[in-house]
Each structure stands twice: as C-alpha cells, then as structure tokens.
Design a protein. Structure first.
Ligand code: GLA
Length: 639
C-alpha cells in the first residue's frame, strides 16, 4: 500500500469510528494503532454469555400468535429448560398491524395477540410481557432498521402483513427510532430486540415489488452480491442510532440488541461496539448443507466474539427438516456446533408438543454449560478440512471442550491428539463424552470412528502444554481485535456453498459475500493458512495483517512472549513490519523491522501489574498494495 493509500485507510477508519454511537468509551485516537491502555468495546451487563431462549420464526414464520408463544414459554418453565438458561422468549416478524398516522404509534395485530387489546386504549404488549416476567422469563421483540420488514417482501402470501396505506405499512424504525424504542422498552417492557435489515436491502426502486405493493422505494445500503456496493458507514450509523436510543431508554443497560444484517457491511468489525450479537450469514434453513454454511460463517471468527458480543450464525433449526426427530444425529451435531462456537441458543420449535428426544438435545446440561462458560472463549478450529473438523474450546476451569465433527456422508475415522487440545503429549488426557457420559483416557493420541454427520463432543482434562500461562489463541474472549489491518473488505471463501433449499440450479450459483476474510485468526493466518515464519511452523499463535492492534486482558500474568515475523504465506513479500507490545498504554518492548523470509524473532515483555496488553504490528512505509500477513507465533501470557 502506498502512503497515500495508508493515509486514506486511516482516514476511513477514523470516519467509521466517529460514526460509532456514544456507547464507545473513548474518542478514536488520531493514529488507530496508538496504544490506548483501554479495552475499547463497551463493558456490558447483559449477554455476558450467549443469549438463550426461544424465537418464533423457524417454528411459525408470520403465523405466530400469543397461544403459541406463551405455550412455548410455559413448556420452557415446566420442562426445566428455563432453569438451564433458556429465558428469552422472542417474537419475530408478524406481530404488527400498522403505524398509526396521527402520531406514528405502532399498533399490534391484536387478533394474534389478544392480551394486547385494551378496551378504549392503545394496543399494548404490557400485559404480555408482564406474563412472561411473572414466569421468570424475558421478552424479545422484532423490528427492521428501514421502513419495511422482511416479511413484506418475502412472505407476501401471509395474512398477517401490516395493513393500510404505504405510510401505515411502514412499521420499521426509519424516522421513528426514538419513538419505537421508547415504546418497546419503556412502555411495553421488552428486554431484547432483533433489528433486521431488509428495509435497507430489498426495497430498491428497481424491485418490481415496490411498485406492485406501493412501497416507498429505498436505494439499498446493503448489496448482498457485491461488497463494494454496500455502504458500510451508513449501515453502521443507522445501527448506532438504535444503540443510542436503547441506552437512552434503558439507562441501566438492561437490554439486548441483536443485529440482523446477515454478515454484511463488515459488521464483524463494529457489531461489538453497537450490539450484543450480530448475524454472520443469511438465514439458516432446515437442511444439513445450509447448517454447514451458517456454521462456517461464524467458526473462523473466534477472535471477534467475547462476553457481551457474540457471532450469531442464526436461530437453531432443531426439530425441522434434516434436524427433526428422525434425524437425531444431525440435530445433535447442529446443537453441539452452535454450543461450541458460543452461538446464541434460540430454540425455534412448537414446544407445546416437542418429543422427548428433542427436549433431551436442548436440555443437555453439559453442552449448555460449555456454551455458557463464563470465560466466553469461542472454540478455535484445531484441525480443518472439508470432511472433518476438530474444534477446541477453552473452559474457565482449565479444561477443554472438543468437538469431532464429521461434515460428510461417509463414516470416517479420525485421530485426536493431546497437542490439538494444547495438552502435554506425555501425560494422560481424560475425556468425558457429553452425549452419553462415557469416560476414557488416552496419552498422545486416540482414534474415533464417526458416523455420517456425527459430532462427538467431550470435556477433556489434561496437563496443559503451557503449565504457567495461556496461549492467546486459547482465550479469544480475552482478545479484542481493535484494528485488524484489513484494507478493503473481502468475501469469505471458506464458507460452505450449498444449493439453495428454495432455488433451482439456474444461473451460476450463489457466492457468499459475508465480509470478514482477512481478519485476525487464532491458530491460522487471516487467509486460513497454517502459521509459518522463515520456514518454521507454529501450530499455535495469532495470524493478522500488518497495521493492526489487538487488546488483551491480563489477569495476573507477568510476562508476554511470542515468536514474531512476516508469515511465509504473505503476498506482500517486500515490506517490513515492526512488532510492539504495550502495557496499559506504555511501550514495553519492540522488535526491529522484519521482512519476509527472516527467521522468527523472540519478543518478550514484562507485564507485571498490567491490565491491558496491546500488541501492535506496524509498517511505516508500505511499497506494495498486497496484504502483509504477520504471525504472533506461540503468543502467550505467562507467570
Ligand atoms: C429475515 C431474518 C430472519 C427472520 C425474517 C423475518 O430473513 O434474517 O431471521 O427474522 O427476516 O421476516
């Protein structure tokens, strides 16, 4: 990158940062790589672990009604699911009747929600949320960031779409952010809101539907086919306004904001500043290959999730299609995978009549516990292939959870090594199978045979490779990618591409364009290569681009250490990078500039008493526009 390009990218990031809502704690520094000594994302009281509960959409679409929702709520309480943590009961699209034109107030479809009809008064969800709160549950509602919602474009057959004039049918937040958020949270008592994005995506003037149904044409801010045509900062600003209104109307921070813009607009980078979770892909469907697609959109982004801010690969589809009671292997895999990557666990099934076999999946307390581990460390991919994957999650009790995942249709054998768990080779490893509670022990390595589409999941105890510390890639929940060095957003090529469940194979196929490629990764480079410096491989470390800054929480460790250098996979083989370690904003240690081909350099720093360690890779005079990949090999905090 030329100096001009560098300055331009700095200017763009400052511009983006300045569009952040007031929630961000400190004003953006002029130099985004300058150490701040702060954890730069807001500390939140809600969603310290991934939100859990129920959502109406995959079960009922717009045919949601009060009996169905309260029936699910009752079943959650009676079955004990709520005691496991399933507490949010979320109505999705379909609840609204119209926006009243005299004062802009939203009216509820009281035919579906009878308790919302109050004689002689405005319709209100207060009685409904009181009922849920009385059951010890929490209430979630749904809206859209634009004028119109998704169902108004995609569920046109539905009898439950908003009614009336063009303006009356504009039930989304556009022009009413403050009014609606106040209504939902202060007056109606909701605790959670999902904010969809069809209103800034599908109502473009060229869409025939717009004229046909007399919608206000809205030039799309999100283009799901071409990243370069999405207006990232405009999307970010709109969600920032919602975050601001939520703060105003919930001064105690007692709310959850779920951003639903399907991985677009580089939400991976800014979602954590604005909301508590953000969708990483388009909608899940009840098909195995679409589940793979949604899983892949989140599984390579461990470093972007942490307590209060989660990757969301979408609502569970357990109970339907490929995950119904006749496909329990698939249903269990879906559940275990979501649990491992710290996905929100939102059941979407008619719980009034759920078979025990499905209840046992959602109710697997051990697997729920690993999802809800307070450390908030998303699982990291230890072994990657299109056929099988081994993913490992650090638990706060020092143990690991490991999932052995057979993605394919053939029975397959795999070997699990102690090293993949970052456990010592020579010491015994105890495994407890979280599906059937069987226990086993191995030293060094062990083999398993997996049925087609099976996911085995274990809790593993052993002797940690690093007995006096942690590798940073083991604790993604303690690492914040403040600046990831990405120059231009790129689509992510490792996401599984499936034939659309709803489509024929006309055209040339759908390419996922979820931004996120090139971001920081645990135990891999930003482009999913194995970490390697000057011919030396590293199974452990962080891979990132130059001109990046990562914040790391330090709880009592005294020494930072890493083997640093330009990664052998870099496309920019010309330019140099300097690695620096800061403690609470002070420079502690710095490398000399290093370039492609040089052996890894040891970098250590005394971090005694430091709360926030920042690790910065900086290139001052880039001569190439190609991305410069850098590796923090074996990066660790030690005592
Ligand atoms: C979009 C969202 C879904 C669901 C529907 C409702 O497709 O991504 O999760 O909320 O809208 O219409």
């Amino acid at each position: 990158m030329t100096i001009r390009a560098l300055l331009a990218s700095v200017a763009i990031s400052s511009l983006l940062a300045s569009a952040l809502p007031a929630m961000a704690q400190t004003p953006p520094p002029a130099d985004p790589l300058a150490a701040t000594g702060h954890w730069s994302i807001p500390e939140r009281s809600q969603a310290r672990t991934p939100p859990m509960g129920w959502n109406s959409w995959n079960a009922f679409r717009t045919e949601v009604d009060e009996a169905k929702v309260l029936g699910a709520a009752r079943a959650m309480v009676d079955s004990g699911l709520s005691r496991l943590g399933y507490t949010y009961v979320n109505i999705d699209d379909g609840w609204w009747l119209r926006r009243r034109q005299t004062d802009g107030r939203l009216e509820i479809r009281t035919g579906l929600f009878p308790s919302a009809r109050v004689e002689g008064q405005d319709s209100s969800f207060r009685a409904y949320t009181d009922t849920l709160h009385g059951m010890g549950l929490k209430a979630g509602i749904y809206t859209d960031i634009g004028r119109n919602a998704c169902s108004q474009a995609y569920d046109l057959h539905s009898p439950n779409l908003p009614e009336g004039t063009t303006a009356e049918r504009e039930v989304g937040l556009h022009g009413h952010v403050d009014q609606d958020i106040r209504l939902y949270f202060q007056e109606w008592g909701f605790d959670y809101i999902k904010v969809d994005a069809c209103g800034i995506n599908v109502y473009g003037p060229e869409n025939p539907l717009v004229a046909q149904y007399d919608y206000t044409p809205v030039p799309p801010l999100i283009d799901q086919v071409t990243i370069n045509r999405t207006d990232i900062s405009a999307v970010q600003t709109l969600y920032g306004e919602v975050a601001q209104a939520l703060e105003t109307h919930n001064p105690d921070g007692d709310y959850i904001l779920a951003i639903c813009n399907w991985g677009s607009a580089d939400v991976r980078t800014w979602g954590k500043n604005v909301g508590h979770m953000w969708r990483t892909s388009g909608d899940i469907t009840p098909t195995w290959t679409r589940m793979l697609h949604n899983f892949d959109s989140a599984s390579t982004r461990a470093l972007y999730a942490k307590p209060g801010a989660w990757n969301d690969p979408d609502i569970l589809f357990i109970g339907h299609g490929d995950f119904d009671q006749n496909h329990l292997t698939e249903a269990r895999s879906h559940f275990a995978l979501w649990a491992m990557i710290n996905a929100p666990l939102l059941i979407s099934y008619d719980l009034r009549q759920a078979p025990k076999s499905l209840m046992d999946i959602w109710g697997n307390a051990d697997i729920v516990r690993l999802n809800q581990d307070p450390g908030g460390h998303q699982a990291v991919i230890a072994y990657a292939s299109d056929d099988v994957q081994i993913i490992v999650k650090t638990l706060s009790n020092g143990k690991k959870a490991v999932a052995l995942f057979n993605r394919g249709l053939a029975e397959t054998e795999l070997t699990l090594t102690a090293a993949q768990l970052k456990f010592a080779d020579g010491a015994p490893v105890q495994l407890r199978n979280l599906w059937d509670q069987t226990a086993s022990t191995f030293t060094g390595d062990t083999k398993f045979t997996l049925k087609p589409r099976e996911t085995l999941v274990f809790e593993a105890a052993g002797q940690r490779t690093l007995s006096d510390g942690v590798y940073l890639s083991e604790v993604p929940g303690d690492v914040n990618v403040a600046v990831d060095g990405v120059i231009a957003p790129e689509p992510d090529p490792v996401v599984h591409r499936m034939r659309n469940a709803w489509g024929e194979t006309r055209g040339s196929g759908e390419r996922p364009t979820y931004t996120g490629w090139g971001g920081a990764q645990a135990d891999a480079t930003p482009y999913d290569q194995a970490l390697r410096i000057g011919g030396q491989g590293f199974d452990t470390g962080l891979g990132v681009l130059t001109n990046s800054r990562l914040e790391v929480r330090n709880e009592g460790f005294t020494r930072f250490e890493a083997q640093v250098g330009v990664d052998d996979s870099t496309r920019n083989t010309r330019d140099a990078v300097r690695f620096a370690v800061y403690g609470d904003g002070r420079l502690l240690s710095e490398s000399t500039p290093v370039s492609f081909g040089a052996a890894a350099t040891a970098l250590t720093a005394d971090i005694s008493g430091v709360e926030i360690v920042e690790i910065v890779a900086r290139s001052e005079a880039l001569t190439s526009d190609l991305p410069l990949v850098v590796t923090w090999g074996n990066a660790a905090l030690r005592r």
